[in-house]
Design a binder for this molecule. Structure first.
Ligand code: F6R
Length: 243
């Protein structure tokens, strides 16, 4: 595991975008695993800037996103499908047919999770998986649990996640109660993993996840066992790491 300490959010985003750029340049038809949330927005902005300058070409890239709310359709502005189009897909020359987000409108959870897992396998796996880190150590929607979830599955959102997300919806009742997410096993199969974390509020979990015990109670801690992980943290998020 490589830990790169960046000065601030902008520097973290630039460093992460450099790593993704290197992936696209060295393998133009690579498969990127992508994440939503506030952590990767700056990374996407930086990639768009380099694309606009003519330094990056997404025409052969494919993508698979980590997760999606169950029950939200593509036009819902809180769907992860919508987020990805707004922050990246509609701003670069990626072929929309080669972008994939779990289908939140598929009511049959088992069918959708199986389809998604098979889709990733049909691509030959993920070359580079981008992740953010939740305050409780979650990655994707893999929340602290007694065991690591292996494959793409449907999760019941915890009360605290619903509470945290209700600000984006008209009321707590409108927040989806479930989501489809890649499993820990799916994430661990990616050839390379890049995780971006910023802010002092994440300093405790960064220390716990990357220097603490490997336990499903801190899902991201499993990344310590992956052979090719790069953690890009800003100074604030790195403030509780051992010197
Ligand atoms: C996003 C995702 C989540 C976020 C995590 C951090 O697709 O799966 O695990 O990466 O909740 O969110 P932010 O970046 O908003 O702090």
């Amino acid at each position: 595991m490589r830990i790169i300490v960046a000065k601030d959010y902008k520097d973290m985003s630039r460093k992460a975008a450099n790593i993704i750029s290197a992936q696209i340049i060295t393998k133009p038809n690579c498969v990127l695993g992508l994440a939503t949330g506030s952590s990767p927005i700056g990374t996407y902005d930086q990639l768009v800037e380099w694309y606009e300058k003519g330094d990056l070409d997404f025409s052969q890239v494919s993508s698979v996103n980590l997760d999606e709310y169950r029950g939200l359709d593509h036009s819902h502005d809180q769907s992860y499908y919508y987020f990805m189009h707004e922050h990246l897909f509609d701003r670069v020359n990626i072929d929309p047919a080669h972008t994939n987000v779990p289908d939140g409108t598929e009511a049959d959870a088992e069918k959708e999770c199986k389809r998604y897992e098979e889709l990733i396998a049909s691509y030959g796996g993920v070359d580079l998986q981008l992740l953010g880190l939740g305050h409780n150590g979650h990655i994707g929607f893999n929340e602290p649990a007694s065991a690591f979830d292996k494959v793409t599955h449907c999760v019941d959102l915890t009360e605290s996640t619903i509470e945290a997300n209700k600000r984006f919806f008209a009321s707590a009742d409108d927040v989806p109660k479930q989501a489809y997410t890649m499993g820990i096993g799916t994430i661990m199969k990616a050839k390379k993993i890049l995780i971006v974390v910023s802010g002092e509020d994440k300093a405790d979990i960064v220390a716990k996840a990357f220097y603490g015990d490997v336990t499903p109670e801190v899902p991201a801690s499993i990344l310590q066992f992956h052979p090719d992980v790069t953690v890009v943290v800003d100074e604030a998020a790195a403030s509780k790491l051992p010197k």
